[in-house]
Design a protein around this ligand. Structure first.
Ligand code: KIV
Length: 266
């Protein structure tokens, strides 16, 4: 199978074929999702909470993200590899955004970057594209705005906010982003945006009317102890299984039942 590109992702939209995106964080999960045939492997800044133990996505650094993108690139052979730009690496100064984005391609071996926001970050998007780095947009619930917003919530329920979201989606397309993540957006609004755009939309908590879907790998696999939001479907519940295996190991070591003769060299 050939390596997926931003063109093959666009082709999927043109041919009305759903795009399958999923997060990964290292070579192991990169290989896992790649071999399962996903189209887009996103090293999300959800790395912050899923793997690094931060309370939200604000603290994760550029260096931490590049480290995990580079590791993921060793496992991802076919999917389009997209790196999430962490908080405060692209908002303040467009030239800094371009330099940070470039590092994801050069050092992280990603094929594109993703960043959150619309008009507010338009100059940074322009600078990144000018530096020859493809950009995926992200509108609706943007987790890096948690302190500005005072929490996480569905965006676009009120007509004025829906209009703003719609216009920002059109603006991002005009600027040249190759795809757009819509997060925490009412299904009918996400469908309307998806129909109005030439570029693909990838939904998370935005209903089936998007051109593709993305989930956090850990949510899909049921790694987490905490309850999932409504939009998550646990396709497996691995945490109890993993915990059981670890408890069984501990118990066998304590009772000297492990290692047995079959695990011992003669
Ligand atoms: O950080 C992330 O994992 C994301 C997606 C789930 C869209 O941004």
């Amino acid at each position: 199978m050939e390596k997926k590109t931003i063109l093959s992702i666009q082709k999927k939209k043109d041919e009305r074929e759903p795009i399958v995106a999923l997060t990964c964080y290292d070579a192991y999960t990169g290989r896992l999702i790649d071999q399962a045939g996903v189209d887009v492997a996103l090293v999300g800044d959800s790395l912050a909470n899923t793997r690094l133990g931060y309370p939200n996505t604000i603290p994760v650094t550029l260096e931490e993200m590049i480290h995990h993108v580079r590791a993921s690139s060793r496992g991802v052979k076919q999917a389009l590899l997209v790196a999430d730009m962490p908080f405060q690496t692209y908002e303040a100064a467009p030239w800094k955004a371009a330099v940070a984005a470039g590092r994801f391609l050069k050092e992280g071996r990603a094929q594109a970057v993703k960043l959150e926001g619309g008009e507010r970050v338009a100059d940074s998007i322009k600078a990144i594209l000018k530096a020859n780095v493809p950009v995926m947009g992200h509108l609706g619930l943007t987790p890096q705005s948690i302190y500005q917003e005072g929490g996480y919530r569905v965006h676009g329920r009120k007509p004025q906010e829906a209009r703003r979201l719609f216009n920002e989606a059109k603006l991002l397309q005009k600027l040249g982003v190759f795809a757009l993540v819509l997060e925490g957006v009412p299904g009918n609004l996400a469908r309307r945006i998806s129909r109005a755009l030439r570029i693909p939309t990838i939904g998370i908590g935005a209903g089936v009317g998007c051109d593709g879907q993305v989930l956090v790998l850990d949510d899909l696999l049921g790694f987490s102890e905490s309850p999932s939001p409504k939009f998550v479907k646990k396709f497996a519940n691995l945490r109890p299984l993993m915990e059981k295996a670890i408890r069984a190991y501990r118990s066998d070591v304590l009772r000297r039942r492990f290692p047995g003769p079959q695990n011992t060299y003669q």
